[in-house]
Design a protein around this ligand. Structure first.
Ligand code: MN
Length: 230
């Protein structure tokens, strides 16, 4: 479903998602950890990337090394076939930690320093206008989904059958997890916002709304355009 091929391979910081691997490594950020300030602070980025994301990868690798049949899948295949893993303990571990790896890899890539944020392509803007009325209305609906996600999770802008939709998932679930996420929430991610407290608490404390509003300043629209166009 999701095709991250040649186009996104040029985007710094993305892991090699199509390589079948038994062991994943932490992707490097495509920018300095301080480059998203003041919207996301360097301390949050260092912890979030260097500790939280790294921990998901370590736990994912541990589960994969104990389950060689699953380890032959690409990261994308692992997401879309997660529901087929029969051992529920293994499935839960990979759902949380493999999902964490996919989601965070996507997240770093969908952000850029404010000066390099860019704008939606004509094609993406047309789709946004068709589905939501305007870019501002899409942002409002997306932020609303981010605010309504109780506890930890993600807000998403997805495309399915050419139509855009906003949704959210709990924990480290994502819109690729067929059979685990409701069919209505499945699609190809265009944008994704981490609303776990670890993503914003150091700088924003409990003010998720301020974090979600500031985040629009550092959306990497070039990456979003590629996801939409791929
Ligand atoms: Mn996170």
């Amino acid at each position: 479903m999701l095709k991250w091929g040649v186009a996104s391979a040029a985007v710094a910081g993305m892991p090699r998602l199509h390589a079948a691997a038994t062991s994943y490594t932490l992707p490097t950020l495509g920018y300095d950890p301080a480059a998203l300030e003041p919207h996301i602070d360097a301390a949050t980025m260092n912890l979030h990337h260097g500790k939280h994301h790294a921990a998901y990868i370590a736990k994912m690798n541990e589960a994969l090394s104990a389950n060689p049949a699953v380890a032959t899948k690409t990261l994308e295949e692992l997401m879309t076939s997660m529901a087929d893993i029969k051992d529920t303990a293994v499935q839960t571990t990979l759902r949380n930690n493999g999902g964490g790896h996919w989601n965070h890899s996507f997240f770093w890539n969908i952000m850029a320093p404010a000066a390099e944020s860019g704008k939606p392509s004509d094609a993406l803007l047309k789709a946004i206008n068709d589905s939501f009325g305007s870019l501002e209305q899409m942002k409002t609906a997306f932020t609303d989904a981010a605010m309504k996600r109780f506890g930890s999770g993600w807000a998403w802008l997805i495309v399915k059958d050419g139509k855009l939709k906003i949704t959210s998932t709990p924990n480290q679930d994502n819109p690729l997890m067929k059979g685990l996420v409701a069919d209505a929430d499945l699609g190809k991610p265009i944008l994704g916002l981490d609303v776990w407290e670890h993503a914003y608490y150091l700088h924003y404390q409990n003010r998720r709304a301020d974090y979600a509003a500031a985040w629009w300043n550092i959306v990497n629209w070039d990456a979003a355009n590629k996801h939409f166009g791929a």
